[in-house]
Design a protein around this ligand. Structure first.
Ligand code: WTA
Length: 638
C-alpha cells in the first residue's frame, strides 16, 4: 500500500486536481465569477477605463488628464497630472466615516503584550510624527531611512513620511550595519528612524549600535530618532540622536497632508537579493495605491468586519503593500506581530489566530513548511475556525504544503490565494481570486488588467506545458517607475531581455486551462543532459516525502550531462538521516519526476541559507559546492 502522502502527491502532481469554490464563498465574495470574467475582458479591451474605474474607488485632490502616458517607454506615467496622497486614502478620509473608531492596527509583541490603535489614534500619531519630521527640516522630496522592527511605530513612521511628501527607504531590522549603511548612502537619506532594540526568539535584538556603526562617515544623516521598545538603559550622548517619545510628547496632533503629484516618489525599497546585488526599486503615490487597493479587495476579499493578518515584515514589499498601505486604504484591521513564528513554541501563529479571531492569514511557503514539520497536532489545539481565507507569497508553494495549509489550517474550507508578485510589481500579478477554481501549487492566472505570457528568449509564446520566461506585455499602475538614480539599469534589467516586455526573471509554465505554475528564478533552473528542470520541482518532490521537512536543490557541473542535481534536506522532527534514506529519496525523486533528474547526492542538513525574507539562497549552496565566489551576501539571514 502506498502511504497517504505519496498518493496525494500523485493526484496533485497530475495537475488535474481542481478545487471549486464553495457556494458560500461565491455568494459572499466581493467579486462574482461573472464579474471576474467580465473584468478580464474589459481590461483587455479598454485597459484605461478599467484602471480609471479602480482609481475612482479612491479619493484624489485632483483627477488625472490621462490614465496612462506611454510616450517615453519604459518610463510609464499613470494618472497623469493627478494630485493625491496615499495617506489621505489610508487615514485622513477614514476619520470622516464610521471607520474613525475602528481598530486599524492590532499589535502583538513577542512576549504576548498587545496594543490596539484605532484609525483615529493612528491618524493623530501620524500627524504628530509628521510634525516632528517637519520640525527637523524633512520636506517633500527628501529621503528618510527607517530601520525598525514590526511594531506600530514603523507604520507611523512610513505614513508620516508619506504625509509630508518624503520618500521612505525601509531597511529590514535584521540587516547588518554594512547593509544599512549602503542603503542609507545610496539614497542619501537625511534621517534614520530606528529603535533601541526589539524582541525576537526571547532575546533583545539590539539595533542602536548597528545604527551607530552604519552612520559613521555618512554626512547626509542629520538626525537619528530612536523608539524605545526594548527598554534598554541607553544614554544618548551623540547630539544627532533623540528619543521618539520625547519628540512626540510636544508635537501637535494636527498636520496638513502634502499634495503630491501621482508620479511623486512614495518610497524606495531594495529587492531581497536572491540572485544578485539588491536593486533600489522606486514606487510612487498614485498608481501604487490604485493597484494595491484593487488587488487586496478582490483577491483577499476584504470585508468590513475582517481581522486580517499578513505575517510578513514591513521591511519587505509584502509588508509595505499588504500589512500597511493596502489594509489601511481598505479600512480593515491589520495585525502586526513582532516576533518569531515559532516562539516560544511552534504553535505561536495558531495561538495568535485564536487570540484575536483572525479571518485572513497571509504567509509564506517557507513558514508553512517549517510549521508543517512540527506535525498536524498543534493546529488542532487551537480554535482556527474564524479563518475564512488563506494566502501564500514569496516562493512557489509545493502542492504538498498547499494541501497541508488548506486542510490543517483552513479546515478544507478556506480558499488558498497563491499570489505571485515582486518588489518591482508592487501588487499581486498572477493570482487566484476566491471565486475561481483552484489548483494546489498553481498561482492561477494573471489578475484582470495584467497581460502576462510565457515566452521564450525571443518573446514567442512557448507551447502549453513547457517552461518559459514570465513576461508582462502591458504596464500596470503599481509597477516600479525606475531604479533609484539608475535609469539605464532599469531599462537593461527589466525591459531589454525581451524587447518591449517587462521580464521578471521567473520561469513558469502554463497548463491547458491557462493556469500558471511558477518554477522559480531563471537562475534556479537546471539543465541535465538538455532537460530543463526547475529546482522548485525537485524540492517539491522531496517535500512530498513523509521524512522531509524542507529541501533545497542546486545544479552541480558534470562532464557528461552538463549538470546534475544535488539536494540539501532538512528532515522532519524525529527522523534520522542515513544512507538508506538518501537512497530512498533518490528513488522517490526518480518516480516523481522521471529518470531525467539524475541526482549527484543528497546531504542532510540542519538549516538552509535563506534571505531574511525566507527565500532559499541557492547561489550560496552552489558557490560552496563549486568553490566559486559567492557574491553579495548582505541579504543572507545567518
Ligand atoms: C518569488 C515578494 C512563486 C518569485 C512579493 C519572484 C513567487 C520573487 C511567488 C519576488 C509565488 C513571489 N509563487 N514564486 N506566489 N511570490 N515569488 O521581490 O521568484 O521579495 O520573482 O517580492 O519571489 O520576491 P520579492
Amino acid at each position: 500500500m502506498q502511504d497517504k502522502s505519496t498518493m496525494r502527491t500523485e493526484v496533485l502532481m497530475a495537475e488535474n486536481r481542481v478545487l471549486n469554490p464553495s457556494e458560500q464563498i461565491v455568494s459572499q465574495a466581493n467579486l462574482s465569477p461573472e464579474n471576474y470574467e467580465r473584468a478580464i475582458k474589459q481590461a483587455q479591451n479598454d485597459p484605461d477605463a478599467y484602471w480609471a474605474d479602480a482609481a475612482n474607488e479612491l479619493e484624489w485632490f485632483q483627477k488625472w488628464n490621462k490614465v496612462l502616458d506611454d510616450s517615453d517607454k519604459p518610463f510609464f506615467k499613470w494618472f497623469v497630472d493627478a494630485k493625491c496622497n496615499i495617506v489621505h486614502n489610508a487615514l485622513d478620509r477614514h476619520i470622516k466615516t464610521a471607520n474613525k473608531n475602528k481598530v486599524a492596527i492590532i499589535f502583538e509583541g513577542e512576549r504576548g503584550d498587545s496594543q490596539k490603535l484605532t484609525y483615529y489614534d493612528l491618524y493623530r500619531q501620524v500627524n504628530k510624527f509628521a510634525n516632528v519630521l517637519r520640525s527637523l527640516g524633512v520636506k517633500k522630496g527628501d529621503r528618510v531611512a527607517i530601520y525598525l522592527p514590526n511594531i506600530p511605530e514603523i507604520a507611523i513612521a512610513m505614513l508620516a513620511c508619506a504625509k509630508v511628501g518624503a520618500a521612505h527607504n525601509v531597511v529590514y531590522a535584521g540587516f547588518s550595519a554594512a547593509a544599512l549603511k549602503e542603503r542609507i548612502q545610496s539614497s542619501a537619506a537625511k534621517l534614520v528612524i530606528s529603535a533601541d532594540g526589539f524582541f525576537r526568539r526571547g532575546k533583545v535584538v539590539h539595533l542602536k549600535h548597528v545604527v551607530d556603526e552604519a552612520i559613521i562617515g555618512v554626512d547626509t544623516i542629520e538626525k537619528v530618532i530612536l523608539v524605545k521598545r526594548a527598554g534598554e538603559d541607553i544614554k544618548l550622548s551623540d547630539k544627532r540622536y533623540s528619543w521618539y517619545h520625547e519628540l512626540m510628547d510636544s508635537a501637535s496632533p494636527y498636520a496638513e497632508t502634502e499634495v503630491m503629484d501621482s508620479e511623486d516618489m512614495l518610497f524606495m525599497l531594495y529587492t531581497s537579493g536572491t540572485t544578485a546585488k539588491p536593486k533600489g526599486i522606486v514606487h510612487v503615490h498614485g498608481g501604487y495605491m490604485v493597484g494595491i487597493n484593487r488587488t487586496l479587495n478582490w483577491v483577499f476579499d476584504i470585508k468590513p468586519t475582517d481581522i486580517y493578518w499578513c505575517a510578513a515584515d514591513p521591511g519587505w514589499i509584502t509588508g509595505h503593500s499588504y500589512i500597511i498601505y493596502g489594509p489601511l486604504i481598505a479600512g480593515t484591521t491589520t495585525v502586526m506581530y513582532e516576533g518569531h513564528p515559532a516562539y516560544p513554541g511552534p504553535d505561536r501563529m495558531w495561538q495568535i489566530i485564536e487570540k484575536y479571531g483572525i479571518n485572513i492569514l497571509y504567509t509564506s511557503p517557507t513558514t508553512i513548511r517549517m510549521l508543517m514539520g512540527f506535525g498536524d497536532e498543534l493546529p488542532k489545539k487551537h480554535d482556527l475556525t474564524t479563518l475564512r481565507l488563506l494566502g501564500s507569497v514569496g516562493e512557489p508553494i509545493n502542492p504538498e504544503a498547499w494541501m497541508w495549509y488548506y486542510e490543517n489550517i483552513g479546515r478544507s474550507q478556506c480558499p488558498v490565494m497563491d499570489t505571485w508578485w515582486q518588489t518591482e510589481t508592487g501588487m499581486f500579478m498572477v493570482t487566484p481570486v476566491p471565486v475561481a477554481p483552484l489548483k494546489p501549487g498553481s498561482a492561477n492566472k494573471p489578475f484582470p488588467g495584467i497581460e502576462a505570457e510565457v515566452v521564450d528568449k525571443k518573446g514567442h509564446p512557448v507551447p502549453i506545458g513547457e517552461g518559459g520566461f514570465l513576461a508582462v506585455k502591458k504596464p500596470w499602475p503599481a509597477m516600479l517607475r525606475t531604479l533609484y538614480n539608475d535609469k539605464e539599469k532599469y531599462k537593461d534589467v527589466y525591459w531589454s531581455i525581451i524587447p518591449g516586455y517587462y521580464t521578471a526573471g521567473d520561469v513558469v509554465r502554463k497548463d491547458e486551462d491557462g493556469y500558471f505554475w511558477f518554477q522559480g528564478r531563471a537562475d534556479d533552473v537546471l539543465n541535465i543532459a538538455g532537460h530543463r528542470i526547475a529546482t522548485a520541482e525537485i524540492e517539491s518532490a522531496l517535500v512530498a516525502h513523509s521524512a522531509v521537512a524542507e529541501a533545497a536543490a542546486i545544479g552541480v557541473p558534470d562532464k557528461i550531462r552538463g549538470e546534475l542535481a544535488k539536494a540539501f534536506v532538512i528532515l522532519k522532527q524525529g527522523v534520522e538521516g542515513s544512507d538508506e534514506l538518501a537512497k530512498e529519496l533518490k528513488k522517490h525523486i526518480r518516480s516523481e519526476l522521471g529518470p531525467i533528474v539524475v541526482m549527484q547526492g543528497i546531504d542532510f542538513v540542519d538549516s538552509l541559507p535563506k534571505t531574511r525574507s525566507g527565500k532559499i539562497m541557492r547561489r550560496v549552496l552552489k558557490s560552496r559546492e563549486t568553490g566559486k565566489d559567492v557574491g553579495d551576501l548582505t541579504t543572507l539571514s545567518d
